[in-house]
Each structure stands twice: as structure tokens, then as C-alpha cells.
Design a binder for this molecule. Structure first.
Ligand code: MGD
Ligand code: MGD
Ligand code: SF4
Ligand code: MO
Length: 690
């Protein structure tokens, strides 16, 4: 029996797991004992990775839809040739801008890197990721406030904090290992800010059931109180930040009276929170999708960052304004996918960075794409308007997960070429593919992930690939060859080669990984960035900004703020209730494509779409438990759900898990103006009994 230490490829903790393999079957999975993230624990999804039946099924061949509309199996070489001809034809006729891909935060960074090398650098197309739906907001907030997209914390900060604010985050369900570590910290006071009595809110010392999307008012209001009380860290502000005086003047109008009215919280609640921040020695603020997915997510995230800066709660153990990411390699996609920024970071119009990346990849400046990708929403809009002719979907299921998802269904009808690359040919998205490219799961691949605390870890092949089976890496490489990339692929033969290239691109950047290698990562505790060549590891847990220096030209962090927006899509008499959406149980993963294989978890949730409704509201509509109700959305669509009557939601708010396709039938085409992240969590709706 062999033992292989590898990384769980679901959530952003990227736990390490030991796989015990006998005769090409996984007989046992144990969480890696000394791994600094999960320390011998894991959640059910990790343990069940080995139960995915698909890993033992003989791998199918690719398929191309024929004239009769039927998907027909083809050999790999036929498919590569077909795709290369088709893509080049479209590029020649309509230009590179007519080609786009939507990728993911769930592939190793090597695969993301080569994907963009082929589709962006060579075909001159667009590649955005499902990460746009997830942490684009945090990326922009970090860049503007810190000068680089850099989540500053280490997970140990959960254990070292005496005052923990969780804002729009539900780790009991979404990040169980974080919850586990938080529980180890018995000296903390926990405040949960969430309109819903989530599983995590139920365990908090203080649950602040805020009016949806009023977080920004709340944090400006807390800043106001702290300034009035003179509970700010003058020295930190003076030495390490910019624009505080403007901020101070700006928050003057956010009086407790006004903020209480906006947030639905009492003035006493506001004082309580301000007191906790004043009293706390190590105060930490953590946010996730309740903040990011909003029509004003970026400014809300920055209102949290501002609080940490003005109270000096950053760069010390147990502190920070900390965004928790979603998928196993969201951080890898942020730094190394060549989508919104250059490999290793930096803007496309920065000549110095362009030169460095060109040198690293040994390409000329005109071989390196010259602009950021169109964001996801613009890609779908341009598919709909006919400007984008070819769309390639990689490791994501947008027919289900895209906001206002009927717009995706409409859009793809207009494509000349629709490629889906996935483990399964029966997802809501792959069923409509013109060309379906089957791939092997992460259990048969080599690569690197970067988790939520910037930790790189190794994805190791646990099982061997079978005949005809392909990794995503091989598919991109081989299609690149068929496209005629020639010498542009010379340095990209294997994932390890791609990793070496990414290292070179990162040299001298905040995310410098020149000191990391495949050898160092194998069977390791993982390595957080930055780790430059010549550095020595002094600890398994490192945080950023300990020296008070940020990545801006002045080395100071920015107070960024603006007046709260008026909700562009408020409730009205026709749509009087708010639909909130998110995760529901530990065993359910996104669109359920993968979690459906976890039989044990499946027993714990319904196979049809359901929605949480407050007992009072249910009574008004004469709806009983498990009865069907129709939900109509301001976006013009409606869907049917089973009622789950629960006081975890307020009387005017309903909650639908994202794990059913019905939910995003109802969400709107509304985005944060800076990050273009969808506003998934506050849709005006109406209901009726069926
Ligand atoms: N089991 C499981 N785990 C997962 C995933 C999964 O699908 N299943 N997905 C992973 C991914 S990709 C991600 S991004 C993370 C997401 O992790 P989380 O962000 O923790 O999960 P969500 O349920 O989307 O949203 C968190 C909370 O935001 C609250 N919220 C809604 N509106 C507001 C608001 O206006 N203000 C505030 N303060 N809160 C609000 C919701 O009520 C919800 O409880 O989870 C990861 N982990
Ligand atoms: N209403 C609402 N909608 C939301 C959200 C919300 O909170 N509310 N959250 C959003 C967020 S944060 C996210 S991250 C998205 C997630 O949404 P999706 O990305 O659409 O969800 P997944 O189910 O994870 O889809 C991943 C796909 O990748 C495939 N796959 C797995 N491994 C591999 C591999 O190695 N290679 C390839 N090629 N394919 C693979 C799986 O089979 C699956 O089909 O949903 C978003 N949608
Ligand atoms: S899903 Fe997340 S918490 Fe669960 S084992 Fe995987 S990485 Fe760890
Ligand atoms: Mo996500």
C-alpha cells in the first residue's frame, strides 16, 4: 500500500489529506496530521473525495455535436484538429476579441497559466473565471487599499484573536476547518454580522442581524463612534496610512442615530461593537460573500479595512481585515491566471512588468496580451449580442451558477463554437456543449494550489491515468500545438515547467515564490507567499504587513471610502421581500455536480430546491412545511421551491441555497461597479402558494 499526501481541491482551505492506495484503489483517506491548516482534521467533503465513482470509471472520449444535434465520440487527435481549425477560423474572421473562456478557482495554477497562454497570449481572446462571482470584490479592495491583492493573515490569527468579527461569513457550513480553529480559541468574543441567523450566528456571543447591504453604513458608523471616543491608533495612522483626515471628516455624518436607522440595529448594539473594538487587544475582522456579492461590495470591504487601519488592528498576531476566499485555488487564479493582471501581478500597461514577464516566458512584447480580460458579465453580454463567437467553459457550471442564469441559456444559442471541459458530460452546462472535453479529476494530476492564507501546496497524483485520459494541462498544451503556437510552447511541456515560469514571473513582486519548488512542496507543511529565493522559513504561519509597510508607492495603506449608494434594485410593492442566497450544508458543494457523489452527505438534504421562510410570513400565505411555493423575481422569472419554515430568516427575507438551479433563475444582472461581482444576495421577490 502506498501513501500519497495531496491537497483537497474543494474549498479555499486546501486541507492536506493522506491517501492510502492499494492496487490503484483508494482504500483510506486520513487528514494529514501535522499540516498547519487542518492539523489532522477535515470535513466530510475531503474524506469523501475517494468515493467519487467517476475516478474508477473508464474515461470517455471527447465528443463533437454532429449535424443532427447529437454528441458523437471522436478521437482526441480528431478533436484537437477540429478545435484548432475552428478557433483559427473564428479568429481570422472576427478577431481575437470574438473568443472567450470562463475558467475557475478550482484548477491548479499551472493549468490556469497555460490556459491563458493559449487563449489570451496566442488567440488574443478573453479569459475570466468563476472567481469573478466570488472574490473579485476583495481583489479590487485590496489593490486600492494595500497596493496589491494581498490577504494579510495566517489562519492561526483565528486562534490568537480576542475579538473576532465575522461579516457575511458562515464558516460552520462553508469553512468547517476555520470554525474548528475558532472553537479552539476559548478566550474570544465572537460577533457575527449577518441578516440571517446562520449556523455560525447561532453560536456567536453577539449576532447582529443587520438590514441586508447596510454593512457599509455600520462600519462608517463604528468609525464615527471610535473617532468621537478617541479610540484610534494615532501613531499607526500617522506612520502607515494616507487620507485619514478626509475619512474622519467623511464619517462625521454617520451618527449612531442615522446608522441605527439604516442598519436596523439599536444604538446600544452599535455602542457594544465599538466597545468591543476599543477593549480588544487583538481584534480581527473577517468577511466573505455577504460582503463581496453586492452592488457596492468593494467600498463595503474597504469600510472594514478602514476600521482595522484606524485602530492599528493589522500586521499583528490575531488582527487584520481579512477576506476569506472560496475555492481551493482562488488565490492561484488571482496571481497567476493572466486574466485581470499579468502573471505574478501588475497591470498590462506597465512597461516594466511587461518586460519582466516577457523575459520570464521568453516571448516578445507583442506575444503578451496587452489588456485585461473582459469581465464575466461583459463576456456573456457579448455572446448574447453576437460579438463573441466562441466560448470555452473550463471547470465551472455557469448555466447553473451565473446570476440571472437564463441569460446564459439564451446567450449560448448564438455561439458558433461552445466548448465545455469538465469531469462530467451531464452538468447543466456540459449538456449543451458543441464540443465536450472530458478530463480526469484532481486525484490524477500534479500541480499547485494557493489557499486563502496564501499557502502553496502540492496536488499529487494519487491514482494513475488510464489510456485516453487527459488532464486539463495536456488538453491546453495539445490544442496549443495544433493551433501552431510552435516555439511559444517550448518552455511549457509539463506542469512543472509552467510552475518554473510562474516563479520567474513572480520575482520581486509581493507574491514572490522564487524560493518554492516542487521538491520543497512535496510532503511539506505548504509554504505561504512571499517566499523568495534565498529566504529561509522561520515559521509555518506568516502574516503580512508586520513592518507596517504596504505595497503602495508611499508604502502606506489608503483609507478608501465613498458615500453609500442608493440600492439600484430595492424592494417595492410588487416585489416586497428580499431573496438571500448562499451555502446550506457542509456536504453540499456549489452546483452539486461533485457533491452528488457523496452518498452520505446526500442523505442530509433534499433532492429538490427548497427555500427558508419565516413562520409568520408562511402563516400569512397559509404555507405549511414542505408545501410548494412560487417565487417571482424582479428579473421577470419565477421558480418553484419547497418551503422550509424557519425563524433563521426574518419575516421579509427568504433564503435559497445556491445548490439548485432554480435559485439563480431569480437573481438579477446587477454588479459592483468596480469589481463587476454579481449582487447575488438581495433580490426583490414576491411569493405565492402553489
Ligand atoms: N459546504 C460548502 N462549503 C463551501 C462552498 C460550498 O458550496 N459548500 N463554497 C465555497 C466557496 S466558493 C465560497 S465563495 C465560500 C462562501 O462562504 P460564505 O461567504 O461563508 O457563504 P455564503 O453562504 O455564500 O454567505 C455567507 C453569509 O452571508 C450572509 N449575507 C447575505 N447578505 C448579507 C449582507 O448584506 N450582509 C452581511 N453581513 N451578510 C450577508 C448570508 O446570510 C450567509 O449566511 O464557501 C466555500 N465553502
Ligand atoms: N445565487 C448565488 N449564486 C452563486 C453564489 C452565491 O452565493 N449565490 N456563489 C458564487 C460562487 S462564490 C461561486 S465560487 C460559484 C461556483 O459555481 P460553479 O463554479 O459553477 O460550481 P461548481 O459546482 O463548483 O462547478 C465546477 C465544475 O468543475 C468541474 N470540475 C471539477 N474538477 C475539475 C477539473 O479538474 N477539471 C475540469 N475541467 N473540471 C472540473 C465539476 O465537475 C463542475 O462541473 O457560484 C456562484 N454562484
Ligand atoms: S472541503 Fe475545505 S474544509 Fe473540507 S476537507 Fe476540503 S479543503 Fe478541507
Ligand atoms: Mo466562491
Amino acid at each position: 500500500m502506498k501513501k500519497v499526501q495531496s491537497t483537497c481541491n474543494l474549498c479555499s482551505l486546501a486541507c492536506n489529506l493522506d491517501f492510502y492506495v492499494d492496487k490503484e484503489r483508494i482504500v483510506r483517506v486520513l487528514p494529514t496530521k501535522d499540516y498547519p491548516v487542518n492539523k489532522g482534521f477535515s470535513c466530510i467533503k475531503g474524506l469523501m473525495l475517494a468515493k467519487q465513482q467517476s475516478i474508477y470509471k473508464p474515461s470517455p472520449l471527447p465528443k463533437i455535436r454532429n449535424e443532427n444535434g447529437i454528441l458523437q465520440e471522436k478521437s482526441w487527435s480528431e478533436t484537437y484538429k477540429y478545435l484548432a481549425d475552428k478557433l483559427l477560423d473564428i479568429k481570422n474572421k472576427y478577431g481575437g476579441d470574438s473568443i472567450a473562456a470562463i475558467s475557475t478557482g478550482q484548477l491548479p495554477l499551472e493549468e490556469m497559466a497555460i490556459c491563458s497562454h493559449v487563449i489570451r497570449n496566442f488567440l488574443r481572446g478573453h479569459v475570466d473565471g468563476n472567481t469573478r462571482l466570488c472574490m473579485a470584490t476583495a481583489v479590487v479592495a485590496h489593490k486600492q487599499s494595500f497596493g496589491f491583492d494581498a490577504p494579510p493573515y495566517t489562519l492561526r490569527d483565528f486562534e490568537l484573536s480576542d475579538t473576532v468579527f465575522l461579516i457575511g461569513a458562515n464558516p460552520i457550513v462553508a469553512h468547517p476547518i476555520i470554525w474548528d480553529r475558532l472553537r479552539q480559541n476559548t478566550n474570544k468574543t465572537l460577533v457575527v454580522i449577518d441578516p440571517r441567523k446562520s449556523e455560525t450566528a447561532q453560536q456567536a456571543d453577539f449576532h447582529m442581524a443587520i438590514t441586508p447591504k447596510s454593512d457599509i453604513d455600520l462600519f462608517y458608523g463604528l468609525a464615527h463612534i471610535l473617532i468621537e471616543n478617541n479610540s484610534i491608533d494615532q501613531k499607526y495612522i500617522q506612520n502607515h496610512t494616507e487620507h485619514f483626515d478626509d475619512f474622519k471628516e467623511f464619517v462625521e455624518e454617520f451618527t449612531p442615530e442615522l446608522v441605527s436607522q439604516k442598519t436596523g440595529l439599536s444604538i446600544q448594539d452599535l455602542q457594544t461593537m465599538a466597545n468591543l473594538i476599543e477593549k480588544g487587544k487583538n481584534v480581527s475582522f473577517w468577511w466573505t460573500m455577504g460582503v463581496n456579492q453586492s452592488y457596492e461590495g468593494v467600498r463595503t470591504a474597504q469600510s472594514i479595512i478602514n476600521l482595522a487601519l484606524m485602530t492599528g488592528n493589522i500586521g499583528r498576531p490575531g488582527t487584520g481585515a481579512n477576506s476569506i476566499t472560496g475555492q481551493c485555488n482562488a488565490m492561484g487564479s488571482r496571481a497567476f491566471s493572466n486574466t485581470a493582471g499579468l502573471y505574478g501581478g501588475g497591470d498590462y500597461d506597465n512597461p516594466k512588468r511587461r518586460q519582466a514577464v516577457c523575459n520570464a516566458l521568453q516571448i516578445t512584447d507583442d506575444q503578451l496580451i496587452d489588456k485585461p480580460t473582459l469581465p464575466y458579465n461583459a463576456i456573456i453580454e457579448k455572446v448574447n449580442s453576437g460579438e463573441i463567437k466562441a466560448l470555452w467553459i473550463i471547470s465551472t457550471n455557469p448555466r447553473h451558477s451565473w446570476t440571472n442564469n437564463e441569460t446564459f441559456a439564451e446567450a449560448i444559442k448564438k455561439l458558433d463554437l461552445f466548448i465545455v471541459q469538465d469531469l462530467y458530460d451531464d452538468t447543466h452546462t456540459s449538456k449543451d456543449a458543441g464540443v465536450f472535453l472530458p478530463v480526469v479529476s484532481g486525484l490524477k494530476k500534479r500541480g499547485t494550489y494557493i489557499n486563502t492564507e496564501r499557502r502553496l501546496s502540492a496536488l499529487m497524483p494519487v491514482l494513475d491515468k488510464q489510456k485516453n485520459e487527459k488532464t486539463d494541462y495536456e488538453i491546453f498544451y495539445e490544442i496549443g500545438q495544433h493551433l501552431g503556437m510552435g516555439s511559444m510552447l517550448d518552455l511549457w511541456t509539463t506542469p512543472k515547467d509552467a510552475f518554473e515560469l510562474m516563479k520567474k514571473c513572480s520575482a520581486g513582486m509581493p507574491c514572490d515564490i522564487t524560493g518554492v519548488s516542487y521538491k520543497l512542496l512535496k510532503n511539506s507543511a505548504g509554504i505561504q507567499w512571499p517566499f523568495a529565493s534565498g529566504d529561509t522559513l522561520t515559521s509555518d504561519e506568516r502574516r503580512l504587513f508586520e513592518d507596517g509597510n504596504y505595497y503602495t508607492p508611499s508604502k502606506r495603506a489608503n483609507f478608501v471610502f465613498s458615500h453609500p449608494e442608493i440600492n439600484p434594485l430595492p424592494t417595492n410593492s410588487e416585489y416586497p421581500y428580499i431573496l438571500n442566497t448562499g451555502r446550506d450544508t457542509v456536504g453540499q458543494w456549489h452546483t452539486q455536480v461533485r457533491s452528488r457523489e457523496i452518498a452520505l452527505a446526500q442523505d442530509s438534504y433534499s433532492s429538490v430546491a427548497y427555500i427558508y421562510i419565516n413562520p409568520e410570513l408562511a402563516k400569512q400565505y397559509n404555507i405549511s412545511e414542505s408545501e410548494k411555493l412560487k417565487v417571482s423575481s424582479i428579473n421577470g422569472h419565477s421558480a418553484t421551491f419547497i418551503a422550509k419554515i424557519s425563524d433563521t430568516v426574518k419575516i421579509n427575507e427568504l433564503y435559497a441555497p445556491i445548490h439548485y438551479i432554480e435559485t439563480n433563475r431569480l437573481t438579477p444582472s446587477l454588479y459592483d461597479p468596480f469589481s463587476k461581482e454579481p449582487s447575488y444576495k438581495t433580490t426583490p421577490i414576491n411569493i405565492s402558494k402553489l
